[in-house]
Write a protein that binds this ligand. Sequence first.
Ligand SMILES: Cc1cc2nc3c(=O)[nH]c(=O)nc-3n(C[C@H](O)[C@H](O)[C@H](O)COP(=O)(O)OP(=O)(O)OC[C@H]3O[C@@H](n4cnc5c(N)ncnc54)[C@H](O)[C@@H]3O)c2cc1C
Length: 390
Amino acid sequence: MSQVSETVVIIGGAIIGSFAAYFLRQEGFKGQIKIIEKDSTYQFSSTALSAASVRTQFGCPFNIGMSLFGVHVFKNVQQYFGDDADIGFDERGYLMLGSHDAAQSQRENAMMQREQGASIEILTPQDIRARYPWLNVDDIGIATYGSANEGWFDAWALLQLVRKQARKLGAEYINGEVTGIETSADAVVGVRLADGSRVACDWCVNAAGPAGGQVAGLAGVQIPVEPRKRTVFHFTSPVASEGFPMLFDNSGLWVRPEGDGFIAGIAPDEIDDAHPNDDFEPAHGLLEGKLWELLAHRIPAMEQLRLRRAWAGHYEMNLLDHNGIVGAHDTLKNFVLATGFSGHGVMHSPATGRGVAELITHGKFTSLDLSPLGFQRIRNNQPIVESVVY
Ligand SMILES: Cc1cc2nc3c(=O)[nH]c(=O)nc-3n(C[C@H](O)[C@H](O)[C@H](O)COP(=O)(O)OP(=O)(O)OC[C@H]3O[C@@H](n4cnc5c(N)ncnc54)[C@H](O)[C@@H]3O)c2cc1C
């Protein structure tokens, strides 16, 4: 079958699904692209609720490559999406603090990150104190800082740009919820929507974010991807946000400037981190019970924070190894997975979308080799653990 008569159905039309559609055309795919999205407001999508930050400090080399391509796109949105494109990219590094015990491994990790093309500074406690006098570094043995190609941006603006461009290139967004996936012995042949309609396909991409595991289940495919609720707190404090990095503390908290204030978050204790179903209520108790004290320890002036608001979104957590799953299923060979990014899917959306497009158009990855992220490791229960996760 020639590609002109082929149809790709993408389940989920947020940042991963939209980048897949966009790059399908960039890679020369000539057939139909149908993106099925159940909520065109995107109000509960991870993309809209994320902290929209990008880092190159990862433990797995392929994640660094994915980030570097993402940053390239974020810094050059006008080249990709037109002269008016603007996502407010603020290039500022992540400052990752490590304990004395972790200093050696964090230093080695930084060397590996540099080899992969990341610009990482290694700071001693004295360096940190001199540069960030508001930080308490009494229990800190090392920090690493991304001096280029890290920062944050407006993920909503990015989503609108990619959607608009994908549409312009002929991709069709269909309002509807996929409730069934029809398969033959070795392929997905169509999807069923909640309104009873059917869309036939030659390729089916699972870009359903936190619902990625559930959607895979519709095709009889088991992947260890489940939603996990994460709350973001927005507050003001006496600390100046100018020059403030994206701070990743060794306690697990993160905090960065947002407008004239800050946003911060921390994962709940494992026992409280169950499948949230449709629960998007912010976990207010986390601030009082955990985050505030840790913040005040690290940045004493933040003891006087004033909460403005809080929101919660869902991570698409890959319970096997906290890495994305990108690639075709081994039996249903036209069922392409693009989910499980466990909190780093916005920054990796350009690389993922491009990888999915390459697989469908050329039958293999032709730029970044994303094969380590493929389904086989799930089948074989062989995790490739990403150690730098928050
Ligand atoms: C609080 C928080 C902070 C985060 N911070 C960052 C960060 O700083 N940097 C970063 O890179 N990542 C971050 N992430 C993770 C990031 O948001 C996700 O990895 C990314 O948005 C995943 O994109 P997606 O398109 O796969 O999923 P989503 O944005 O969730 O989109 C999936 C879409 O699929 C649709 N859908 C689901 N099921 C169906 C169905 N059956 N039929 C039709 N449509 C369906 C949904 O409506 C949704 O629009 C954060 C996430 C959260 C929650």
